[in-house]
Design a protein around this ligand. Structure first.
Ligand code: KG4
Ligand code: ZN
Length: 392
């Protein structure tokens, strides 16, 4: 196999035609410290995720300074564990891949600095990955893990997480090696205010359920009436494929005030402090039917909006597949809605839950085509909190 040129001047071994390429991925863009070893962008040898939920839970959202500190604590043991669980030693890893951005700058800096240090010390090449591209690659990784054929391009990508909500047409760059897709992305729309996951987290905080809101509200929503509260879908002036989720959060607040739910919420908030790890049945015992109806209606409104965006974009663009990925792709109603697709919608793909939320296997998988193309990073690359999704 012919490797592309080394743009960084950093060292690399030239793999033979059928060589197995093992990439160690490191992800620290938000509140998960993650490391994974992935073989040829298709087989997960190990994938370790250390969540900081316990640290941020009491604040109802991620506190950037605490996130950096927690990454510093976790990075060395987590990377060590990933290499060990892959049954390897460091010398058997072919390259180190790391998330360069977007994300929290201090959090990114921890992963990037450690990845550079490791790569220099081990004399291995460094690969820089866009976190959003990692999420998109999670879908390809899922299909490869399942042994299914590669989805057809162009792809409509919906990346929907705590920090991002965007729709893009993702094309395969001509000349990509088989099974190692290099992408170019054209953005169709993005959120103008909150991300969808952020809306879940803010509404959960507002209702006294704690952090992270997505998984909790998703479970509670099954116990309420999704048609009880009518939310109006925001009309986006200019670009109808943009998103907005700040209005729904305000509408939830108004409903709380109009229906005198404050006392129930503050009681639950206090109870939650004593019961931070409470399960769904315990949460149900401190939640009124009215609140459950509100949660179910909120979830329906968010999912309707995401689904409608996909339908509209798929009608406008000649795409052959739809990828839904990012933390909110774990949502049960979103999966149900899009997998029971209507009419002529192209096939819809989701990664498994553990690959939907932040993880490092998706970073290692996204780095594989870059490794084959020789797109190595230079030693002086900075973390980029607002790194755009462009061409890989
Ligand atoms: O991709 P991710 O792990 O981190 C970011 O890149 O932001 O996404 C985390 C977000 C959080 O806002 C969380 O509440 C949301 O994904 N989330 C969900 C669900 N599981 C996680 N939102 C809705 N339903 C879920 N089941
Ligand atoms: Zn993410």
């Amino acid at each position: 196999m012919q490797l592309g040129k080394n743009v960084s001047g950093n060292p690399k071994e030239q793999p033979a035609e059928s060589a197995t390429v093992r990439i160690l991925g490191i992800e620290t863009s938000c509140d998960e410290t993650a490391a994974a070893v992935v073989e040829n962008g298709a087989r997960i040898c190990s994938s370790i995720v250390a969540s900081q939920m316990a640290t941020h839970g009491k604040y109802g959202g991620v506190v950037p300074e605490l996130a950096s500190r927690e990454h510093l604590r976790a990075i060395v043991p987590i990377v060590r564990q990933a290499v060990k669980e892959a049954g390897l030693d460091y010398s058997q890893v072919d390259a180190i891949a790391v998330t360069q951005g977007p994300g929290l700058v201090g959090a990114l800096l921890v992963g990037l600095t450690y990845a550079k240090t490791l790569a220099l010390a081990l004399n291995k090449p460094l690969l820089a990955v866009n976190h959003l591209e990692g999420h998109i690659h999670a879908v390809l990784l899922e299909e490869r893990l399942q042994g299914r054929p590669e989805p057809e391009f162009p792809v409509l990508s919906l990346v929907v997480s705590g920090g991002h909500t965007l729709l893009a047409v993702s094309e395969q760059v001509p000349g990509s090696a088989p099974g190692a897709t290099l992408f170019s992305h054209r953005i169709l729309g993005r959120t103008r205010d909150d991300a969808a996951g952020e809306a879940y987290d803010k509404v959960a905080k507002l209702l006294g359920f704690g952090y992270p809101g997505g998984p909790i509200l998703d479970k509670l929503a099954r116990h309420g009436n999704p048609n009880a509260v009518a939310f109006t879908r925001p009309k986006m002036k200019g670009n109808s494929l943009d998103f907005s989720f700040s209005g729904i959060k305000t509408a939830v607040l108004r409903y709380v005030e109009a229906n005198n739910l404050e006392a129930e919420i503050s009681a639950r908030r206090e109870w939650r402090k004593q019961n931070p790890t409470a399960g769904i049945n315990e949460l149900l015992s401190v939640t009124s039917v009215k609140t459950l109806d509100l949660v179910a209606s909120f979830q329906k409104a968010v999912v309707d909006d995401l689904a409608e965006h996909c339908y509209e974009a798929a009608e406008k663009e000649a795409v052959n597949s739809i990828f839904i990925t990012g933390g909110v792709a774990a949502n049960s109603l979103l999966r149900e809605r899009l997998l029971n697709r209507r009419g002529s919608l192209p096939p819809v793909y989701f990664p498994r839950l553990s690959l939907s939320t932040d993880n490092a296997a998706m970073i290692a998988a996204a780095a594989y085509p870059k490794f084959l193309a020789g797109q190595f990073a230079s030693w002086d690359i900075p973390p980029d909190a607002s790194l755009a999704l462009g061409q890989s």
